[in-house]
Design a protein around this ligand. Structure first.
Ligand SMILES: Nc1ncnc2c1ncn2[C@@H]1O[C@H](COP(=O)(O)OP(=O)(O)O)[C@@H](O)[C@H]1O
Ligand SMILES: CC(=O)OP(=O)(O)O
Ligand SMILES: [Mg+2]
Length: 412
């Protein structure tokens, strides 16, 4: 569908869809006053135990619906039903646009983009380098287009924030012609979160983003680190795909690439089997059978050695990236933890920073133990470098970028 869709005059609401490999997070916001009207999450899409938790914020309280949702289309239709039940349906004339998180935008998209046939074709072309994510994003866009063909649909790309990386950080040291022919380079992901968190940290320090150097640690199911100098990304741990870098829930992060040849030649595994091994059966789940940090902490408390080893491998990798990005930045003003693990797992934060005192880094045990949804400092006052916890808000960032694009369109 080639879209001529424009924002209905006076419409100020934006629906944001963040479609993950097996989940959809969504928010409906009124950009006129910044009010959140509804937030929700569909988990375990494709399983018998799919669950939708919908929270209409005007009335408070959550509604939970547990029902098998075979795919993302079914999940999005269930979301549309929940919104409609609160009089916030997708048919509302107050809806100005729908904003979509799109994980891989390659090099073409360094800014939010109104989705046309050409944009869709590019997102589809990138499926092989974001196999867990772009297909879900595409289904989200198609389902939303079918429900509201008249509305502008906007893509906000995870890769966009990283397009400022210098060439020497983005290039792999492989044959240049081969790399260029196949567009092989570091793209980086979670950019919307890295951008949002690095800005919020500057605010927390009472400084302008242009003045501060920050290491952002986005630790969710997928995890990545980035080095942000004066508001611009200068390096990040994910690469051509979201597989490189930190140890994640189910992904290995960095390994010797020769492991792949070895598994093919010696273990007789197919390329597809190795892909599944590294993306879905590795990381924390591969090391100890669990990918949820809460469960891993419970097991460690009970003396479980495999969970302890998984935790130690996770922390060791995290420390290596903090050290690496410290060196890349030269001067660091703050290290910021974000996403599910970074925001909630105090033992992860403590273990990652312990031993880095010579770098000016320390965590105050009492501040680290505080549970809060607000951005906050957890370093002692004497520390040279601030350590912060900053809840990420990819949906708010996507809503703001979507709304400003449909309100003040730029030539694309
Ligand atoms: N209270 C908590 N303590 C420790 N870890 C948590 C807690 N809550 C969530 N997590 C971790 O956060 C992960 C989900 O993070 P999230 O950022 O929502 O990931 P994603 O967006 O990739 O789905 C869970 O798998 C779990 O490991
Ligand atoms: C890019 C990526 O890994 O995203 P997520 O953490 O949502 O899986
Ligand atoms: Mg996430």
């Amino acid at each position: 569908m080639t879209t001529n869709a424009t924002r209905p005059t006076d419409a100020t609401r934006v629906l944001v869809l963040n479609s993950g490999s097996s989940s959809v997070k969504y928010q409906l916001l009124d950009m006129h006053d910044g009010a959140r009207l509804a937030v929700g999450l569909v988990e375990r899409i494709g399983e018998e135990t799919s669950r939708l938790v919908h929270t209409p914020l005007r009335d408070g309280g959550s509604r939970e619906r547990t029902a098998p949702m075979a795919d993302h289309e079914a999940a999005l239709k269930a979301v549309a039903d929940e919104l409609a039940a609160d009089g916030l349906g997708l048919d509302s004339p107050e809806l100005a646009a729908i904003g979509h998180r799109v994980v891989h935008g390659g090099l073409k998209f360094s800014a939010p983009t109104v989705i046309t046939d050409e944009v869709m074709a590019e997102i589809e072309r990138l499926v092989p380098v974001a196999p867990l994510h772009n297909p879900a994003n595409i289904t989200g866009i198609r389902t939303a287009q079918a429900l509201r063909p008249d509305l502008p649909q906007v893509a906000v790309f995870d890769t966009a924030f990283h397009t400022t990386m210098p060439e020497y950080a983005a290039r792999y040291a492989i044959d240049v012609e081969t790399a260029d022919a196949h567009r092989i380079r570091r793209y980086g992901f979670h950019g919307t979160s890295h951008a949002y968190v690095s800005r919020r940290v500057a605010g927390l320090l009472g400084k302008d983003p242009a003045e501060v150097n920050v290491i952002v640690l986005h630790l969710g199911n997928g995890a990545s680190a980035s080095a942000v100098a004066g508001g611009r990304c200068v390096d990040t741990s994910m690469g051509l795909t979201p597989l490189e870098g930190l140890v994640m829930g189910t992904r290995s992060g960095d390994i010797d690439p020769a492991v792949v040849f070895h598994l093919e030649r010696v273990a007789g595994m197919s390329t597809d089997e190795i892909d599944v091994l590294l993306n879905k059966k590795s990381g924390l789940v591969g090391l100890c059978g669990d990918n949820d940090m809460r469960e891993i902490q419970r097991r460690i408390d009970g003396g479980d050695e495999r969970a302890r080893l998984a935790f130690d491998v996770y922390i060791h990798r995290l420390k290596k990236y903090i050290g690496a990005y410290y060196a890349v930045l030269g001067r660091v003003d703050a290290v910021a933890f974000t996403a599910g693990v970074g925001e909630n797992a105090a033992p992860v934060r403590e273990a990652a920073i312990t031993g880095l005192e010579e770098l000016g880094l320390a965590v105050d045990a009492d501040l680290n133990a505080v549970r809060s949804g607000e951005p906050r400092l957890i370093s002692p006052e004497y520390a040279r470098v601030a350590v912060a916890v900053v809840p990420t808000d990819e949906e708010l960032e996507i809503a703001q970028q979507t709304y400003s694009l449909v309100t003040f369109p730029v030539d694309q």
